[in-house]
Design a protein around this ligand. Structure first.
Ligand SMILES: *Cc1c(COP(=O)(O)O)cnc(C)c1O
Length: 365
């Protein structure tokens, strides 16, 4: 079976370096907010071309804490894409602000800037675009809209470590960005982890308090904060992987190029990368009107695939209270019926890519 992502193989190749990281943390005796987190924060900020990085417990917390740090809450509105993983929505729900979902562009799956503009009201405080599958949202247009209406743009960069938009990295495109280091992401820990990047010093300082019980000094609590910290061990592991991130993203791009070059005649719609964007290729997502048939044929051919995602947030029982009917976001709902993620990863061999291409090409609508 060609695995959807061979995480096991990737981590194995770094085993000795992980052991060295563990040994460093054990001998330091510091497990929370110590030298590894500090070093990772400065390395990751530099990587993202942002001034600050604040490590937190996971990607959802990163997004939620940014909203808190901006004092966005009850009475405010935050515009989000309908087509995303539910964490984007949950971050807004946790803050108490009102979720204002809008539809996406069919070709990229990313938030539609025209729909964003149409959804702005006097209560709108922020836009939270998602760089879905590793391709940045149309940030130039979104930042121009935000500037006209004095809004914050909070990037959900959980799938976009290393992605580029007109020469600038995800994480430095909006006012602040939330990253996830869930194991399967392009930069993944050996457990949960997350981070916020920003170039706003006041925001970074507030986030450092919020993640650590609202305290700048131990036992002196300025605000009612949270416990959401990246731990030393995960930071040590992430430093090992960050050193490989560009090389691994280049390997993903190589896989994507081969898929794009060789699936041109297959009965699928291939992903589109807009001019000025360099995708991190977190996922390689094709579309088919016979998605379920295609997926089961691929299983028979020994190819494991994924669906990102099968049910959009507005149709989940968790968000039944918002009362969005089927058909509320037609582009999003079409994508959810048609998308299929092919195997993708830095260690997918040319031979494996050829087998996936052959299997996909043999299925006809
Ligand atoms: C993974 C992911 C998150 C959440 O990250 P966690 O670390 O699992 O909390 C948020 N948004 C998107 C788009 C994601 O893919």
């Amino acid at each position: 079976m060609i695995p959807f992502l061979d995480l096991q193989g990737l981590n194995k190749s770094l085993s000795a370096e992980f052991q060295a990281g563990l040994a460093r943390v054990l001998s330091s005796g510091q497990f929370i907010l110590g030298p590894e987190v500090e070093a990772f924060e400065s390395e990751f900020a530099a990587y993202c071309q942002a001034r600050y990085c604040v490590g937190v417990a996971n990607g959802l917390d990163a997004l939620h804490l940014i909203l808190r740090a901006y004092d966005i809450g009850p009475g405010d509105e935050v515009i989000v894409p309908a087509n995303t993983f539910i964490a984007t929505w949950l971050a807004v729900s946790y803050s108490g602000a009102r979720l204002v979902p809008v539809d996406v562009v069919a070709t990229t799956g990313n938030i539609d800037p025209a729909a964003v503009e149409a959804a702005i009201t006097p209560r709108t405080r922020a836009i939270m675009p998602v760089h879905l599958y590793g391709q940045t949202a149309e940030m130039d247009r979104l930042m121009a809209i935000a500037e006209r209406h004095a809004l914050k743009v909070i990037e959900d960069a959980a799938q976009a470590h290393g992605a580029v938009h007109h020469g600038r990295r995800a994480g430095a495109l909006g006012h602040a960005a939330g990253f996830s280091f869930y194991p399967g992401k392009n930069l993944g820990a050996l457990g949960d982890g997350g981070a916020i990047t920003t170039s706003d010093p006041a925001l970074a300082e507030r986030l450092r308090m919020l993640r650590n019980y609202g305290a700048q000094r131990k036992y002196h609590n300025e605000v009612q904060g949270f416990n959401s910290r990246l731990d030393e061990l995960q930071a040590a592991f992430l430093r090992v992987k960050l050193a490989r991130l560009d090389e691994w993203n280049a390997s993903r791009a190589h896989v994507a190029e081969r898929y794009l070059a060789r699936l041109g005649d297959a009965d699928v719609v291939l992903p589109t990368v807009l001019p000025g964007n360099v995708s991190s290729w977190h996922l390689f997502v094709v579309r088919s009107e016979c998605r379920d048939l295609l997926q089961s044929r691929l299983v028979e051919a020994g190819v494991q695939t994924g669906i990102h995602y099968p049910v959009p947030p507005h149709l989940q029982p968790a968000y039944a209270e918002l009362g969005h009917a089927v058909g509320s976001f037609p582009v999003t709902e079409m994508l959810h019926r048609q998308v299929l993620s092919l195997p993708m990863g830095p260690n997918l061999s040319d031979e494996q890519v050829s087998r996936v291409v052959a299997a996909v090409s043999s299925v006809h609508n």
